[in-house]
Ligand binder design. Sequence first.
Ligand code: GUN
Length: 308
Amino acid sequence: MADIIDGRAVARQLDEETKAQVDEMIAAGQPRPGLAVVLVGDDGASQVYVRRKIKGCEKVGIRSIERRLPADTSQADLLAVVAELNADPEVNGILVQVPLPEHIDTRTVLSAIDPDKDVDGFHPVNVGRLSTGTGGIVPCTPLGIMKLIDTVVDDLTGLDAVVIGKSNIVGKPVANLLLDREATVTVTHIYTENLPEIARKADIIVAAAGAPELVKGFWVKDGAVIIDVGITRIMGDDGKEKLVGDVAFDEVQHAKAVTPVPGGVGPMTIACLLANTVQAAKTQLEGGNGTDDYGDAPDRSMFTSKSA
Ligand code: GUN
């Protein structure tokens, strides 16, 4: 039987570490970290997510600032709220819940957030920092995935990792994080040919295609580690709705370890958001990541050609 990676337990432990860091900051006379959560409109799922994020803040001692705006808020007014939060020294992290109403350009809004306060890690500056390995804030779900892998694998050097799904939020960033840890990474998606064969070579599979039970037992080699990012509500054989991931969970018991759905990757996302907020607060106390110069100077030698 595969080990079950208990995302709820790992998230609880991360929350304890985050709370300890907040307590340490307060004991040192530093300001309490603050997270601003902006919700535009009344999308039901978004309201649930935002409530959970605010509850998470309470649990670890982060001050939350909730900004609820009506669905007909103009893009200009939303950008003004973002600018105000950027300028507020008591706000260390800003999260604008997506999806935004259709009349608002999501990319414009997310790009307006100060990269040092972008605790989602969605800002192009943070995407660039991640892909060049120059620090910055790492998106919450990919960060959570790496923390789960770390509970069952000591060293990723040279391991074959196959990522299924190429989204900006999960697939691409997690591929970068795996590369940073010296894994050999193959990024695939639903149009990839011979996907089962490619997956079968993997020591680590990250399934993030949003396709229920896509990964079958024969796609998985003995002893692989499987991280299931998918979560879809389907009708079960008994006529009752159930949540399933991108992996046919019952068929992969020959794996070394697998995350369940629910209770695997999901709980890690909010725990990582809270950890990112504290990291952002600390970075800001130290004077920021250097937004103006986009992080540490790169090794220029890679841009220059050597003369023979
Ligand atoms: N909507 C669903 N998940 C997320 C998330 O992680 N961040 C933001 N900003 N919006 C979301």
